[in-house]
Design a binder for this molecule. Sequence first.
Ligand SMILES: *Cc1c(COP(=O)(O)O)cnc(C)c1O
Length: 346
Amino acid sequence: MTAATLTIDLNAVVANWRALDAMSASNVETAAVVKAEGYGLGAGHVSAALAKAGARSFFVALAEEGVALRKSVGNDPAIYVFSGLMATDAALIRDYNLIPLLNSPSQLVKFRMGMPEAAFGIQIDTGMNRLGLEPADFVMVREKAKGASLIISHLACADAPEHPQNDAQLQCFNKLTKGMSARRSLAATGGILLGPDYHFDLCRPGVGLYGGEPFTKASPVVTLSVPVIQTRNVAVGETVGYAAAWAAQRPSKIATVAAGYADGLIRAMGAGRTYLWAGNRPCPVVGRVSMDLITVDVTDVPNAPKFLDILNAEQTVDKLADNAGTIGYEILTGLGARYKRDYVGG
Ligand SMILES: *Cc1c(COP(=O)(O)O)cnc(C)c1O
């Protein structure tokens, strides 16, 4: 049987990167965040396509991700590591020419002593309270931070433009870094959309590249097509799936497809809201989503379909996320390892 196929349109990724880049002034660099395996789509393919299109800086979460990335983009692009300098990172950072975004005064001191010549960046916490130097600590080490190649901070509420914390973090970042010659970066996807005050020298979008909100004008990047393993007729009153949660109201044709919550199609999105598509015809999910299987009502499809699509231009990652009470980021990064990944363009 052919596996479920996740098709990733690298031309759409590049188009999204260009569209985001066009939102900032020409002297602002647009980098690319490819952590978590390029949000589940394949960091190697995505970054190679973006490097070819002109991206010069990439961000990953972990040094190990940076090592893999260095192998796919070659020696030239800058690779920044959000997690900073964790215990076993120093050798990887040196050997693969990665740039840690140092998150505490002790990381800064340790890194500068260990590798005085190596490039480094700094992350300041301006209000998210997740990662980065506290403002007071940053003020204390400001002299030592002067050699940084990049100073970043991260917005907690950028997807809510009216939220007062955006401006509060912007002012904090401006105040702390004013007069420093290091390049500065505050905006991820949401921050780019907040406008030029947030752009500084470098923007670092992630989710928007992959077609996700808050970049609502993004080109869709993924389609997911799942094979039908079996189709059966179900009489009125017969039930389908675990807990007998769905009962046929009419004589029905039920297709069972080979993907489930173990493939990131999380159980909570289940029946009632989510469709699988036979071409351009939406067919409702019926019954509970199982680990490896989903049941779909295909009664109205004239010819029993061999494949059904669960992600397409109509039913995007954000729609699927809505149905499951989560966010597109979680759907993307959860897309399963069992899918065959097909790349087009790039
Ligand atoms: C993940 C992340 C980004 C990218 O965010 P998106 O919302 O996906 O654009 C940028 N900066 C930091 C610090 C991050 O953790």
